[in-house]
Design a protein around this ligand. Structure first.
Ligand code: NAD
Length: 495
């Protein structure tokens, strides 16, 4: 029997197990075997983590630290993450099955968020208001919110956590992180680097366990000022409702059903590669998956054939291997969900052009794989075109002209991302203007940067991560009025 790696939470700078001493096993989706265990926490653990974060916010060195010093800590953390990039990447691959080829790039890139927001830490400025009333001096300050609960999903634990941590810490907040119960290990491994970087104890804390047990308790905790959540839209709605009852700040990064639109004037070979990267990278388990491929009818047959041909050549296999192009689905329940959607699509009359099954190759038998799957002639009213599958399943939808492309693209409850493939700059800009989504990529797909705001329209979420806007999501404005005159005027009227 293989010995499981042991990960503990960090609370108030200490490594801790759960109050009950119970554990959750983390299963490697490529082998189907447990490889690690993390504490199974309950509301008592949530209380301890929030108290540690609250204490660090109101007293101790973090509360009085100059923003420039905060920024330097973030820089140091970035350097340490760069040093540990390979190790963190391997942990995440074991935990969620993402390709090492992708994760190695991600963990090398993650430090940039800490450098960027570290640089912003001492540029959070208020203003002096040229107030319209005599004898008053009035200025604003931008202050942190307090304890931030950062709740993350299983598909990209470290990257999505970074999008919250870097601006929240730069703004001076303290944090309690609740990673997904399926993929907590890379987050817990990251915690040691905070101490090494010199962050005061209690500034960043973790609790691990199930969403309905500790996620909900964290959102409702009276000392949590803000919830920064990434996950599914149904959970997001529950989190939003619960946060509303307690008047908390919220950012929500939710799901998508993103249109990737290929026009007849596009470079079709590039567009086909963009279609593949939009849906089969990370086995389709990305919020930005271009799961609806809209193709102009004049090139529909040609593009469909090319997409099928390229997807058929994808190498499924061990996510640790540099040769693998498509890895397993991260969790067994998610594989069931993906297979259920494939059945639904077939029963609604979508034509399966590729895949649709669990692969038969014996070397893949232990892992939770689903073949890259493509449905042709999908109508946008089918469930496969309306609901987020979160797996390697592409729907190809024909359209006639720009008007119909926009109509179909926007006919969704979501609005996270989109792609447009065209050689006409006029068409590119017009489409970018009219698509109701937080991101539009033209002649590319799946690009992100620490500098570029990311977030959803409609049910894809509220608020923006990355870019200068993001730090504002973790600040509140205070207005200070100082009387420069002698005495107090008539106390019975508003001044
Ligand atoms: P999920 O909603 O099931 O879980 C997300 C997190 O919320 C987990 O940590 C979970 O334990 C926790 N949670 C569950 N119930 C909770 C509750 N009642 N209160 C508080 N927390 C609770 O999502 P998932 O299945 O882990 O991730 C997949 C989803 O995430 C997809 O819908 C995907 O589109 C979305 N996602 C969005 C983005 C984005 O940036 N917009 C990025 C990645 C993933």
């Amino acid at each position: 029997m293989v010995e499981l790696a042991h990960f503990r939470n960090t609370v108030g700078g200490e490594h801790v197990e759960s109050a009950t001493g119970n554990w959750i096993e983390s299963v490697n989706p490529y082998t189907g075997e447990p490889w690690a265990k993390v504490p199974h926490c309950n509301a008592t653990d949530v209380d301890a983590a929030v108290d540690a974060a609250h204490n660090a916010f109101v007293k101790g060195p973090w509360a009085t630290m100059a923003p420039t010093a905060r920024g330097k800590l973030l820089h140091r953390l970035g350097d340490l993450i760069a040093r540990e990039a390979s190790k963190l990447a391997e942990i995440e691959v074991r935990d969620n099955g993402k390709l090492l080829a992708e994760m190695a790039g991600q963990t090398r890139y993650i430090p940039e968020w800490f450098y960027y927001f570290g640089g912003l830490a001492d540029k959070i400025e208020g203003g002096v208001i040229p107030i319209d009333k005599p004898d008053l001096f009035t200025y604003t300050k931008r202050e942190p919110l307090g304890v931030v609960a950062a709740i993350t999903p299983w598909n990209s634990p470290l990257l999505l956590l970074t999008w919250k941590l870097a601006p929240a810490l730069a703004a001076g907040n303290t944090i309690v992180i609740k990673p997904s119960e399926f993929t907590s290990c890379s987050t817990l491994a990251l915690m040691d680097l905070f101490r090494e970087a010199g962050f005061p104890d209690g500034v960043v804390n973790t609790v691990t366990g199930y969403g309905h047990e500790i996620g909900a308790a964290l959102v409702e905790h009276p000392k949590v000022a803000k919830v920064a959540f990434t996950g599914g839209d149904a959970t997001g709605a529950r989190v939003y409702a619960s946060a509303a009852r307690h008047i908390k700040h919220v950012t929500l990064e939710l799901g998508g059903k993103s249109p990737n639109i290929i026009f007849e004037d596009a470079n079709l070979d590039d567009a086909v590669k963009g279609a593949i990267s939009g849906i089969f990278a990370a086995s389709g388990q990305t919020c930005i998956a271009g799961s609806r491929l809209l193709v102009q009818r004049s090139v529909y047959d040609e593009v469909s054939a090319k997409v099928v041909e390229l997807a058929r050549s994808a190498r499924l296999g061990d996510p640790m291997s540099p040769h693998t192009q498509v890895g397993p689905i991260t969790t067994l329940p998610q594989r069931h969900k993906v297979l259920d959607y494939i059945n639904v699509a077939e029963s609604e009359g979508a034509k399966c052009l590729l895949g649709g099954k669990i692969p038969e190759a014996p070397e893949l038998a232990r892992g939770w794989f689903v073949e890259p799957t493509i449905f042709g002639n999908v109508s946008n009213s089918m469930r496969i075109a309306r609901e987020e599958v979160f797996g390697p399943v592409l729907s190809i939808i024909p359209f006639e002209d720009d008007e119909e492309a926009i109509e179909i693209a926007n006919d969704t409850i979501f609005g996270l991302a989109s792609g447009v493939w065209t050689s006409s700059i006029r068409r590119a800009i017009r489409m970018a203007d009219r698509i109701r989504a937080g991101t539009v990529w033209v002649n590319t797909y799946r690009a992100v940067s620490f500098m570029a705001p990311f977030g959803g329209y409609k049910l894809s979420g509220i608020g923006r991560e990355s870019g200068q806007d993001a730090i504002g999501e973790y600040l509140q404005t205070k207005c200070v009025w100082i009387n420069l005159a002698e005495g107090v005027p008539n106390p019975f009227v508003m001044r």
